[in-house]
Design a protein. Structure first.
Length: 337
């Protein structure tokens, strides 16, 4: 198996930086659209063959250095018997949040995920990343019922019933650890935690409802496999995230990565930082933005090339392919220089 990603996660990489992309298997790929046509997304996420095929698509089409399991952050809810669905044009929806959350046996709840991981591990020659949503982001989906821009209902709940909200976060933290442990038992090589809505919070609430649960998750998981932390607003929150001593932090596109690097201990790897919308521009623009990043992070043994957030659904697929090829060629030159 290629060691580039794992070496970078341990801040030991002496070769070119590895590259993978958040949402690398998605609608921007025509091959994915063909798989998806006429099918409900929920069904796709529960079809073993589809999970395997979608996970492998970007590996075969783009030759990225890591695979990420094709599932969604809402899958964790299956271990709490909470029903959800995906509605075209709306995204994920949770119809009702039960008064009491009961955990069911994780091995049973997540059997489709663990079977897919076992099968994928036999096929892949690059590491397989597992993932989960962070408790705060999952709480947002539970309380809002769907994607929200400002998380107003969630924040109203948090400020009006802090004890109840804390209880929900604690339950989700326990479920997330159980879910990630199932993924690790089945063979994932590293995991990423997505706190996509963390930036809706002020700093004090961020510390209470994002950092503290993430700390529990990092403490449980990092002794087993490397863990990458992502949140929207990670440029701003980088040093707070670093205080949890994760293996890596995935940085959005707001901050200057080499400057952020100076403030983070050298034992923590950094990932990301390219604005996904650069891919809407010209090839010359993609080259320029990539060169700037690679130059700034030259000879960094703990850098993983990625976008600052996921590939957008209407991104030209040929530009994504161009980016991956360009990063591989240019970063080899930078590594050799
Ligand atoms: O990166 C990958 O290729 C792996 C798969 C992956 C999916 N969701 C599959 C998916 C990952 C890592 C996720 C994480 C996820 N899901 C997050 C965290 C990352 C982030 O973007 O901040 C969040 C917030 C979600 C919730 C979610 N699921 C949203 C907002 C959507 C998109 C709705 C839309 O219509 O665009 C989904 C659906 C979803 N999850 C798709 C995929 C490939 C879209 C698939 C489709 O419509 O066919």
């Amino acid at each position: 198996m290629s060691q580039l990603l794992l070496n970078a996660l341990h801040c030991h990489n002496q070769e070119r930086p590895p590259i993978w992309l958040m949402r690398q298997a998605g609608r921007y790929l025509q091959e994915y659209q063909v798989m998806r046509k006429g099918r409900r997304l929920y069904d796709l996420f529960h079809d073993l063959e589809a999970i395997i095929q979608a996970t492998l698509l970007p590996i075969n089409l783009l030759q990225v250095d890591a695979a990420i399991l094709f599932t969604d952050i809402l899958t964790v809810l299956e271990g709490l018997s909470i029903r959800y669905d995906f509605v075209d044009g709306t995204g994920p929806v949770v119809h009702a949040l039960p008064d009491e959350l009961l955990m069911i046996e994780p091995q049973t709840a997540y059997a489709h995920i663990t079977s897919a991981i076992r099968a994928l591990k036999k096929e892949l020659s690059v590491p397989l990343l597992g993932f989960a949503g962070a408790p705060f982001t999952i709480a947002c989906y539970l309380i809002e019922g769907k994607t929200s821009r400002d998380q107003a209902k969630t924040k109203r709940r948090l400020f009006s019933d802090p004890a109840g909200f804390q209880e929900l976060i604690d339950t989700l933290t326990t479920a997330t650890i159980a879910y990630l442990n199932c993924q690790i038992d089945a063979g994932v090589d590293a995991v990423q935690l997505f706190d996509s809505w963390a930036s809706a919070l002020g700093v004090w609430e961020f510390r209470e409802y994002c950092l503290k649960p993430m700390q529990k998750i990092v403490s449980a998981i990092k002794p087993r496999v490397p863990i990458i932390l992502f949140c929207r607003g990670s440029s701003l929150f980088a040093s707070e995230l670093a205080s949890l001593k994760p293996s890596a932090i995935s940085i959005d596109w707001s901050g200057d990565l080499p400057t952020i690097r100076k403030g983070i201990p050298r034992t923590i790897a950094l990932q990301g930082n390219l604005d996904p919308m650069v891919l809407y521009g010209t090839r010359a623009g993609i080259e320029q933005a990539t060169d700037r990043l690679l130059e700034g992070m030259q000879k960094e043994p703990g850098y993983i090339f990625n976008l600052g957030h996921g590939v957008l659904p209407d991104t030209p697929a040929d530009h994504v392919k161009f980016l991956v090829d360009y990063v591989r060629t240019r970063s080899e030159a930078f590594a050799a220089a």
